[in-house]
Design a protein around this ligand. Structure first.
Ligand code: FES
Length: 220
């Protein structure tokens, strides 16, 4: 009779082998398991919510981070542009004829907006010339009259804008009354490995645009 009673009690209380080590479950085992499951669920939910939040944060921080990287790269070894705005040209001193004949050179820069960066984008052209071992002279090819392109006329040995016949000497000085001022000379810096060096062969130019149709040379 006693054995039958014990078996019936066990059936009512449920299986007794649910705990580790084969020990019987105590009264607090079910609440503990519930707490463990709740904790794990909360942990997984938090981790899942953190993923889109992190991605969103990176999305908005990206332009700021890239701007910092670009600022850090400016002026570094191999950089195309320095902190003062000088751009390294793709021609060196030896490529400019010593007889004073002007050479048209395309200027490249790295362009970026909030989300994109484009490397080596042509941003304009300039005229370069040198006489003998003299300094490299650089002129904007944008006509100071109304912005057409100034050409070199070999036969006349001068610069000429076909739009309204502005003419200039090879030194950039205007030679008729059409243009409001001389051609816009640009600052030149000779360098070696990006460092200022009067005997260097790298040509760096401060490429700028200026207001048109004014006697004054005003950067824009
Ligand atoms: S734009 Fe060059 S002459 Fe007018």
């Amino acid at each position: 009779m006693t054995e039958t009673h014990t078996t019936a009690d066990a059936a009512v209380e449920g299986p007794a082998s649910c705990c580790q080590g084969g020990t019987a479950c105590g009264p607090g085992d079910t609440p503990r398991r519930g707490l463990l499951i709740q904790g794990l669920t909360a942990l997984i939910s938090t981790a899942l919510m953190a993923i889109p939040a992190t991605l969103g944060g990176l999305f908005f921080l990206d332009p700021i981070l890239r701007k910092k990287q670009a600022a850090g790269a400016a002026g570094g070894a191999g950089a195309r542009k320095d902190e003062q705005g000088f751009l390294r040209l793709d021609v060196n001193r030896e490529a400019i004829p010593a007889d004073g004949t002007p050479v048209s050179v395309t200027v490249y820069d790295d362009i970026e907006d909030a989300w994109n960066r484009f490397r080596n984008v042509p941003v304009g052209s300039i005229w370069l010339r040198k006489v003998g071992d003299g300094p490299i002279l650089a002129f904007s090819s944008v006509c100071p009259h109304l912005g057409c392109s100034v050409n070199f006329r070999r036969a006349e040995n001068d610069f000429f804008c076909p739009c309204h016949t502005s003419a200039f000497g090879l030194d950039g000085r205007k030679s008729n009354e059409v243009p409001p001022r001389d051609m816009d000379a640009l600052e030149v810096s000779m360098r070696t490995a990006g460092q200022a060096d009067a005997a260097g062969t790298e040509i760096w130019v401060k490429f700028q645009n200026f207001r048109r149709a004014t006697a004054e040379k005003i950067p824009v």
